[in-house]
Design a protein around this ligand. Sequence first.
Ligand SMILES: C=C(O[C@@H]1C=C(C(=O)O)C=C[C@H]1O)C(=O)O
Length: 297
Amino acid sequence: MLSQNFMLEKDPLSLERIRQILVRLEDTIIFDLIERAQFAHNPRIYIRGSFEELRDMGFDGSWLEWFLKEIETFHARARRYTSPDEYPFTSNLPDPVLLPLAFPKILHPNTVNANPSILSFYTRSIVPRISRRATLALAAIKRSNGIIGDEEYEDDGNYGSAATIDVEVLQAISKRVHYGKFVSESKFSANPSAFVPHILNPNPAALEALITKPEVERKLLQRLRKKAATYAQEFSSDGDAIPNPHLNGSAKIDVDGVVELYESYIIPLTKEVEVDYLLHRLDGLSQEEIDALMAQS
Ligand SMILES: C=C(O[C@@H]1C=C(C(=O)O)C=C[C@H]1O)C(=O)O
């Protein structure tokens, strides 16, 4: 959740400061992925109806969706989702037991929520790629030696641990992607007249071209690769780095998989959120208010 002082900063829409928050979220996401990589894929936990015990309770979602529902229900009652940077995956959550914190109105009212896309790409593309990558080679050796069968290679039974970490990763990716709204508001506020014509006559491509900063993306992917390779290092008891030849040098996670997560999913979805937010940025404004925005350079 945003600390209140973020919102009370003298310039909460400073693009530099918002970008610093995105950089910090890289660390959270990488370390959460390293944790998830310690367990097998466990595809069963992403398939609806695959646990009779949940069906018997009248829940028809997947094991992971059950974890999300239970965890987000508790967090909703603790007012987590009254913060403008928190978006739940579960709908119909209960009201908070506490009154909401008084956040200043920074974002224009909107209903943009990319969590269904995040849940889909994470379970379909990311988990299969990074899970057990750290021990994949060892698991493959064990399987070839008959120590484990095909079943255990993909399913180690750690359904609770895997889903608990999945929820952490999903919440961090969701926060990161939806920060695109603050980025978008910052860019819009700095030069509204550049955006207004493409909102009045909806032109997503023109809006995406305005918000896209290729050099920022290039530096991000370069930094991310270095971070993942460094954070994923394994060290001996006396502190020497131990390379893992089975994982192109990294001991704990598939570094290429982390970079691909950002390049193919997180960055494109963040830009989608930025554009969707902009397309509704003038909703509810009077003609005078729009004219005043156009008059700003
Ligand atoms: C988030 C921004 O907007 C866009 C999205 C980026 C991302 O998701 O990392 C980076 C640069 C821009 O193309 C930004 O300008 O910082």
